[in-house]
Design a protein around this ligand. Structure first.
Ligand SMILES: [Fe+2]
Length: 207
């Protein structure tokens, strides 16, 4: 069986954002995102040769590789969603997104308040996800890429709050970065993801 590889998606790198510099994006994209992809590919190239007979929950090559496989897989995937979510175009929020946000959070201001507060309370991410179990948007906090998620949910908008996402521009201040992130959200991309999630929910619903 051929070894699987994850491709770096250079076309997703945003430029000219409002309040998030190209230098900040370059460090984030070239060092952090590509770092996750590189390590994921390294793990995938080594997994076929790992000794399954030595699997052990305290320490084993298989355990370490599977732990870091999840970390680097989610690091790769979440960063692609993050970069794809940002645009210099100041895209207006489509009516369908506004309607869902109003329904699930009681208005845009409430949504942003909670999103930024979760982005302040966690070490890695604030995620806007669509919960397929309930058919609604939720905000989830995560300390690392591969922990803190809920199952049966689709990613709608990931907000990266690791220091590596803002230190070049804002030093230790996270709040101005959270404001800058919200200014650059490409709501057209969010609309597409939400529409896909709602179609999936219709197919997923239990009888
Ligand atoms: Fe990041």
């Amino acid at each position: 069986m051929a070894v699987e590889t994850w491709e770096v998606k250079d076309k997703l790198k945003p430029r000219g954002l409002d309040g998030i510099s190209d230098q900040q994006i370059d460090y984030h994209f070239n060092v952090h995102y590509k770092g996750y992809v590189t390590k994921l590919n390294e793990i995938w190239s080594k997994l076929p040769d790992v000794d399954l007979g030595k699997a052990n929950q305290n320490y084993s090559d298989l355990r370490e590789m599977k732990l870091e496989e999840s970390f680097n897989y989610d690091g790769s995937m979440l960063h692609e969603y993050y970069f794809e979510s940002l645009s210099k175009e100041h895209v207006e929020m489509p009516a369908s997104v506004k309607e869902q946000i109003d329904k699930d959070f009681g208005g845009y201001d409430n949504f942003v308040k909670l999103f930024k507060a979760v982005g302040t309370a966690f070490r890695g991410w604030a995620h806007l996800i669509f919960d397929l179990n309930y058919g609604k948007l939720r905000i989830i906090g995560a300390d690392i890429h591969s922990a803190g998620a809920i199952w049966n949910a689709l990613m709608i908008l990931p907000l990266d709050v690791y220091e590596h996402a803002y230190y070049t521009d804002y030093g230790a201040m996270r709040a101005p970065y959270l404001d800058a992130f919200m200014k650059n959200v490409n709501w057209k991309v969010v609309e597409k993801r939400l529409a896909r999630a709602k179609r999936t929910y219709e197919a997923f619903k239990k009888e």
